[in-house]
Write a protein that binds this ligand. Sequence first.
Ligand code: BEZ
Length: 264
Amino acid sequence: MKTVEKAGAWDAEAYDGRHSFVWKLADHLLAMLAPQPGERILDVGSGTGHLTARIAGAGATVVGIDSSPDMVEEARRHYPDIDFRCADIRTFVTSEPFDAVFSNATLHWVGEPKLTAFRIREALRPGGRFVAEFGAKGNIHSITNAATEALEAVGAPPRNGRNLWYFPDEAEYRTILNKAGFAVDVVRTTDRPTELDDSESGMKNWLTVFGRHYFEDLSPEQASKFIEMVEASLRPTLFQDGRWTADYRRILVAAYRPAIQQQF
Ligand code: BEZ
């Protein structure tokens, strides 16, 4: 589930160990997918494979794709019987279309949302469904603001694209889905403040795993100062009872490829 050009290698072990909320908070999404025995399902951004395994546990045949070789290796280690492949959804093509495409906490990492939606549509058989959740417009707004200010304060060289994620609003994403040829059932945004693991170090760990691109131009001293400043700025609002919370906002999507495709 790596994007975009700018992100470096994932630390799959840290992701799995300290950020398990990513896959533990997806029960509602799995319920919405409702995988059936014998179905073929594509999991886009399968990460360390835990949700892929739950889909397989329902009797579906699942292919998990992730653009990070580290994640794919870790997923194969956990679940050697599942088909995990290193692939980017933007270039993914299949000769065996799927009954459903599923994606949790991934699509905000992928640039080119129109192309992504088109590839997902193409990966589905006519009538096949797409169920996904990822960051919506306003997601981690406090964190990105604090990070931007702290980078400036520690004297980081100016650089474009530090907040590299794609967080659309409902109208924008609905249009993208429609233009890619989907019929849309649900596009809904919700605030989902998310408690981070690891008590006092929670924000630091979040920043170093998910915001590692922030550190690319920083010396070790600047990096420490950066973390200190972000924590100080966010503590009054995002730290309570010894735990950090991230101001997540999600966009939930359910759409399908019509059995008869309209011409655009
Ligand atoms: C998210 O799941 O919303 C997210 C995680 C890491 C970075 C940005 C967004």
